[in-house]
Design a binder for this molecule. Sequence first.
Ligand SMILES: [Zn+2]
Length: 98
Amino acid sequence: MTFVLTAGLLIGFFTHSLTTPPRISDDFTTLSLDDMRSEILSELDFAVELAEEAGIYECCVDPPCRICFVEEGSCDCIEKLANAEDICEECKDRLAGS
Ligand SMILES: [Zn+2]
């Protein structure tokens, strides 16, 4: 019985760790600045993805901008573009560059 429970937990654990992207490291503060940056960016992209799924992030570029998440927590560039309103610098740059 205990074995079945343990096996079940282990399988659950491995399935979970396979489907869940890595989260901020426990030793984040000891990382190099480069590693901190890449970890922050990957966490940021993950959060933006969730915001998109929640319907509060409708960006005009793909992959979506990051700056709106940092500054506002949401993005409505698509609507702003449609109304000829100002969009964020990141989107402006990327639209101009493409
Ligand atoms: Zn934006």
